[in-house]
Design a protein around this ligand. Structure first.
Ligand code: B1H
Length: 835
């Protein structure tokens, strides 16, 4: 049937959708009860906290969707340019509390739920994380859409709706065991299905040349899947604007096969549907590693094709010529994972829209910009030409053309430099040939950025060195990462937030972190300092509880909390940390009981997941748990040293852990951690960093001052020489590291055979991550931390000064820089709508 549009403007319809649902407790209670009975078929006498959560969440969602409509209607009406943040990962975590705070309705919901005997904190705890990401890269994407919404930038995230997110980690006998993350088993209030927004996406098939044009092809294939949109609202704090993350879910448009069904082939009847769904079934659990699997390539293309079709559909509604696309849309590629969007846009513009190559190329490169997040060789995406050619024949042809034209311009610029052409070619001449996705993303974009100052410098000197020469310095810029103050202070640290609000006079710091500098005025206010420390202490007690329930280990909240929580990866050097713990244990065992009691009490906290196929990382987890077991059971040691591995690290776990840290470790080999973002979260929450001169640690040190950070280890420019030396020479572990090796080899922590490969990687494998080089200065730095912590007053000063000086690391600052220097977009607060 024909869609019907209203023939006249019905004032009542409009007024209703434009005036906010009343915010009083009675209305809220009414809507919660309505959802309870009408959406979930319960009676108020028959509910548990799970249903109370769902009903409350749906009532909050009603408000968000109303604002969501207004925001998009407004941005359409004024013809605003939008930014589209394309990311295969959005590590969102929970939304309920975040939404309550954004809407300013936390008290009200607490009252409504309290009236029927529920405690808001317990209800909040019913929500499962949306864990559609691995680590920093995915969480950054979530912070960025949060900042876009809060700063009123018209922007959407685009991603995939994985049926199974990041796996759940269990620890069995000290080993990581993975269980599927069935996060969609219960209703998800934070997504809105849009069956009307569905696009066909083709795979395989063959090409037919267009007789009218040498550049144009018709791509024919019978394998066509459907990508259907689900919208996830992103509440803006202190604004009416609500952002959006549009996630694609894959289905098939081949219907249930009745012929097969009738002939008894029940599996065959649904086979096509199963083959389609598998595309968005599961998030690849790799952080900083590219697995190179064909299914991943198909995921990436489904994502890129659906997103480009959707962006163009929205653009066409403006009736502007295609050459105006860059004035209406900026597209940011979150690493190389969405790079197929570049040839996909070219394909649509050339084959479907009939533009010339030059017109299409101009539009494409003015629209895209690219963020690089790593230089680890194992993370560099490369796709074998035969694989790409089979799955996406047209795109392979387009990539060849992009490369041809690019190499031709370089040949003109640097005639006869064949070595240069070989180095920068998008096609690597290996066997088989490979498409270098970072080069494709770079050539297809008008700006390329790294994620911290040191990282942006390094990429200009390494992978993009020749591109800087060819395309000019100005294209290669830095955008230092940031974190959302909404989630990473206001939400996760209510006590410290209350103090900030008191100092600033209101809650405006939540959207303007520069106001934190007012904290410096309170630095010698004894009462304030005491309350500051009381807030930290309360967070430590909350974490001690959490540790007890998740691990069964009792820790004292009066010990120094020493935290390393992040993905387990050799370059992040959790191994170096546990070696230092072993050495510490050895030292304590040498002491008399009286001496030991004089020592600073310490709880060493680890958490993090290892990629399922990453054997070394999994052995590191086993070693940590084995060491923990021995030390925690040693009566002579007691509370002087405790070691815990908190299972199943997640955004929600981080919200408990980060506010409770005294010292946190960010100890990657210099030059390997592009930025890091948890380092920012820890310092923002009044913790101090023990770290290497790497990633954003450097800029954090510049902002908070030398006194407020403990640096150690070799510098990035020294790494190559050390590595070279260690390729040809035995490492020389110092006495402390040797002691740790010896203890492991004497079976102190169980069968030494299990851990010998970890020692061998250092002693026989060239010690690629330079543990033997950095260990002495690492132990020294630990000593410096202990001394500083013993001087409590000095420590409190460090804590307050750090927070006061952290404003640079708000993701609001990052997003403003992107908006001004890359996207050319402006804030567009929703106006004049009565809300
Ligand atoms: C980061 C990744 C990453 N860099 C490949 N690269 C992936 C690479 O599934 N894959 O194939 C997934 C993730 N992740 C991190 O990005 C950096 O290591 C951090 O230093 C940085 O802070 C973060 C955000 O920029």
């Amino acid at each position: 049937s024909q869609p019907k549009t209203p023939t006249r403007d019905d004032g009542e319809f409009r007024d209703y959708s434009h005036s906010e649902i009343s915010r009083d407790v009675a209305t809220i209670k009414n809507s919660v009860v309505m959802h309870l009975t009408a959406t979930f078929l319960r009676t108020p006498a028959n509910i548990d906290s799970g249903q109370a959560y769902l009903a409350s969440a749906f009532s909050v969602r009603d408000r968000l969707l109303q604002r969501w409509n207004l925001t998009n209607e407004y941005h359409d009406k004024i013809g605003a340019k939008r930014v589209y943040y394309m990311s295969l990962e959005f590590l969102i975590g929970r939304t309920f509390d975040n939404a309550l705070l954004a809407l300013g309705l936390r008290e009200e919901y607490s009252k409504v739920l309290g009236d029927v005997g529920f405690c808001l904190e317990d209800i909040i705890d019913e929500e499962r994380d949306a864990a559609l990401g691995n680590g920093g890269l995915g969480r950054l994407a979530a912070c960025y859409v949060d900042s876009m919404a809060c700063s009123n930038y018209p922007g959407w995230g685009y991603g995939l709706r994985y049926k199974y997110g990041m796996f759940q980690q269990q620890i069995l006998n000290g080993y990581q065991v993975e269980a599927p993350d069935c996060w969609l088993d219960s209703p998800n209030p934070w997504e809105f299905p849009r069956p009307d927004v569905t696009y066909p996406v083709k795979f395989y098939g063959h090409l037919v040349r267009d007789p009218q044009s040498e550049h144009r092809f018709k791509w024919e294939s019978n394998v066509v899947y459907d990508a259907m949109a689900f919208d996830v609202p992103v509440p803006g704090y202190g604004t009416t604007n609500v952002g959006n993350i549009r996630l694609w879910s894959c289905k098939t448009n081949t219907l249930f096969d009745l012929n097969k069904f009738n002939s008894g082939d029940y599996q065959g009847a649904t086979g096509g549907q199963v083959a389609a769904q598998i595309l968005t079934d599961v998030l690849y659990p790799n952080d900083n590693t590219s697995e190179g699997k064909e299914l991943r390539l198909r995921q990436e293309y489904l994502f890129c094709s659906a997103t480009m079709q959707d962006i163009l559909a929205r653009f066409r509604k403006t009736n502007r010529p295609l050459s105006d696309l860059p004035d209406m849309a900026a597209i940011q590629l979150n690493d190389t994972h969405p790079t197929l969007a570049v040839p996909e846009l070219l394909r649509i513009l050339i084959d479907d829209e009939g533009l010339s190559w030059d017109e299409a190329w101009e539009i494409t490169t003015r629209t895209f910009a690219f963020t690089n997040h790593t230089i680890l060789p194992e993370a560099m995406e490369k796709w074998p030409v035969p694989m790409l050619d089979k799955i996406l024949p047209r795109h392979m042809g387009i990539i060849y053309d992009i490369n041809l034209f690019f190499l031709q311009t370089v040949e003109k610029q640097f005639p006869g430099d064949r070595e240069l052409l070989r180095k920068i070619s998008i096609i690597e001449e290996s066997n088989p040939q490979q498409v270098r996705m970072a080069f494709l993303a770079c050539v297809g974009s008008h700006k390329v950025n790294g994620v911290a100052a040191i990282h942006s410098d390094i990429i200009k000197q390494t992978i993009f060195k020749d591109f800087v020469r060819i395309q000019g310095e100005a294209k290669f810029i830095n955008k230092t990462n940031g974190v959302s103050p909404r989630r990473w202070m206001n939400e996760c640290n209510p006590d410290m937030s209350a103090l900030l609000t008191e100092v600033v006079g209101d809650r405006s710091w939540v959207n303007d972190l520069t106001k934190l500098n007012q904290l410096e005025d309170r630095i010698s206010d004894a009462g304030f300092r005491e309350r500051w420390w009381a807030a930290k202490q309360k967070n430590k007690e909350r974490l001690a509880e959490y540790i007890l329930t998740t691990t069964g280990i009792k820790v004292s909240a009066h010990a120094l909390f020493d935290v390393q929580v992040k993905r387990i990866h050799e370059y992040k050097r959790q191994l170096m940390n546990i070696f230092s713990v072993i050495y510490r244990y050895y030292q304590l065992k040498q002491m008399s009981p009286e001496q030991r009691e004089q020592e600073l009490h310490r709880v060493v906290i680890f958490a993090g997941k290892a990629a399922s196929g990453y054997w070394v990382a999994k052995q590191v987890i086993k070693l940590i748990n084995s060491v923990a077991e021995v030390i925690n059971a040693d009566d002579e040691i007691g509370d002087v040293l405790k070691v815990v591995f908190i299972p199943d690290y997640s955004v929600t776990a981080a919200e408990y852990i980060i506010p409770a840290s005294d010292i946190s470790q960010h100890i990657s080999t210099a030059g390997t951690e592009a930025s890091g973002t948890s380092n920012m979260k820890f310092v923002l929450n009044g913790g101090i960093i023990l770290g290497t001169v790497d990633g954003a640690n450097i800029e954090i040190g510049e902002e908070v001052g030398e006194e407020q950070i403990f640096f150690f280890g070799c510098l990035a420019h020294e790494v190559e020489d050390f590595r070279h030396y260690l390729r040809f020479n035995q490492p020389k572990p110092d006495a402390a590291l040797q002691t740790a090796f010896d203890m492991i080899q004497r079976n102190t922590f169980g069968d030494a055979q299990l851990f010998q490969p970890l020692i061998d990687a250092i002693m026989r494998g060239g010690d690629v991550y330079l543990l033997s080089v950095d260990f002495p200065s690492y132990i020294q730095a630990h000593k410096a931390v202990e001394e500083a912590y013993r001087n409590h007053d000095e420590w409190v000063t460090k804590s307050i000064l750090s927070v006061a000086r952290m404003s640079k690391f708000s993701s609001d600052r990052s997003i403003q820089e992107y908006a001004e220097e890359v996207w050319n977009i402006e804030p567009q607060p929703v106006l004049n709508c009565g809300l």
